[in-house]
Ligand binder design. Structure first.
Ligand SMILES: *Cc1c(COP(=O)(O)O)cnc(C)c1O
Length: 405
């Protein structure tokens, strides 16, 4: 059994300790929701002030050239590429994840006949997008549960949308194995990395991945509604025709040509004018993450989870741990099941421990190694144990809350 003294010694020896001060985390809060909305990097507040007041306010339209705005989608994409095992020219930042996914599913499905497959129980936007793409293209649409995925990746499936880390249970799929199995039947997989990027090791090249999307506002700390990103393996880029032909994806946008001609490379996946404020906030979050040694991040994330699981099993046994024990098979959050998980999460937020709820019965706690310490986890579990022991979650105040859980 780990002791509080040991936990404090781990924090004192933690090589990532210095990153905590780089975030503007409020006093009295233990933030365990960085898997849903990353906290504010201090550098982002300063960068935004400069972007708004100097680059926009004084530079005006000149800043598209002078401040490098026009290169921002590719520049931020190149930085994200380093986190996912891709080359700089294979990633571009744009749109919301749902829109990026639509672009890749439509373009990939156009390359061959066949059905479109999505997961039944994963983050629902992915299945919504895949089904609509199937309808638009007149293709069969299928779903499969996590257990049936390998069998569902049949040769008559043109495109499958798979989420690498499950948003509820944190279960992590075997990316290399499933991509290989799909490829053997000629199926292209679009991987959704929303709960993976910045959370677990990724090596898209090693795993033979051709197509992927991911989210900017979770582990990358890009800010609310930050742009997402798309990845297309270089050899495939030329063959992928985006379903939205917009001027920013044109080979020469400022020729204002009468005919659309897609840009070479990833720029063709841009549609309209990029959201510069959001992109530059995302860039600051990505820059901060790139400063950390990835091996240390993954190692600490696994240890934070193990500590949380050990303490939760000892201190609040009525909460069922739903995430995997094996660090290689899970993401960077812990999932606890309880029929009253929503009221429990609300009671915890009232006590400064911020996690979130996912239907039907899961309390999720993001264990983000960049700014959390081992003692944070210890203290959070003590507060959870108190909420459980005192039944504080039964307070009628916790019966209702805002739209966003
Ligand atoms: C968070 C998340 C998204 C987010 O989609 P947006 O369109 O960017 O809001 C998509 N897919 C998965 C799996 C996610 O976890």
């Amino acid at each position: 059994m780990t002791s509080l003294d040991q936990v404090r010694a781990w924090d004192a020896a933690d090589p990532l300790r210095g990153f905590r001060a780089r975030f503007a985390l409020p006093e009295g809060v233990i933030y365990l929701d960085g898997n849903s909305l990353g906290p504010l990097p201090r550098a982002t507040a300063a960068r935004m002030r400069d972007v708004v007041e100097r680059e926009w306010g004084e530079g005006l339209i000149r800043s598209w050239n002078d401040a490098g705005w026009v290169e921002a989608p590719a520049r931020v994409g190149a930085k994200i590429a380093r986190l996912i095992g891709a080359d700089a020219d294979e990633v571009i930042a744009a749109d919301a994840t749902s829109v990026c996914l639509f672009k890749l599913v439509m373009a990939a499905a156009a390359l061959r006949d066949g059905a479109i497959l999505a997961e039944r129980d994963n983050f629902p936007t992915d299945a919504y997008v895949a089904e609509r793409a199937a309808n638009l293209l007149g293709r069969p649409f299928r779903t499969a549960g996590a257990d049936g995925l390998a069998g569902a990746l049949a040769p008559d499936v043109a495109v499958a949308v798979l989420t690498h880390v499950d948003y509820r249970t944190a279960a992590r799929l075997d990316m290399g194995l499933l991509t290989g199995r799909a490829a053997a039947g000629g199926t292209r997989v679009v991987w959704d990395l929303s709960h993976s990027v910045g959370a677990v090791p990724l090596d898209l090249h090693r795993d033979g991945v051709e197509l992927a999307v991911g989210c900017g506002y979770k582990y990358l700390n890009g800010g609310p509604g930050a742009p997402a990103f798309l990845y297309v393996a270089r050899d495939l880029q030329r063959r992928m025709v985006p379903p939205i032909a917009g001027w920013f994806g044109h080979a020469r946008p400022f020729d204002f040509a009468g005919r659309y001609e897609p840009a070479d490379g990833m720029a063709r996946f841009l549609s309209g004018t990029p959201p510069i404020l959001g992109l530059l906030a995302l860039e600051t979050g990505v820059d901060l993450m790139l400063e950390a040694d990835p091996a240390r991040l993954w190692d600490k994330a696994a240890r934070l989870h193990d500590l949380f699981a050990e303490r939760a099993a000892a201190r609040c046994p009525e909460l069922a741990i739903r995430s995997q024990r094996d660090p290689a098979r899970r993401g960077s959050h812990i999932a606890l099941g309880h029929p009253h998980a929503l009221a429990i999460v609300r009671a915890l937020i009232g006590r400064g421990v911020i996690g979130d709820f996912r239907t039907p019965d899961i309390a999720r706690f993001g264990l983000t190694p960049l700014y959390l310490g081992y003692e944070d986890v210890w203290r959070a579990v003590e507060i959870i144990a108190d909420v459980m022991a005192t039944r504080a979650w039964r307070d009628p105040r916790h019966r209702s809350g805002g739209t966003v859980t």
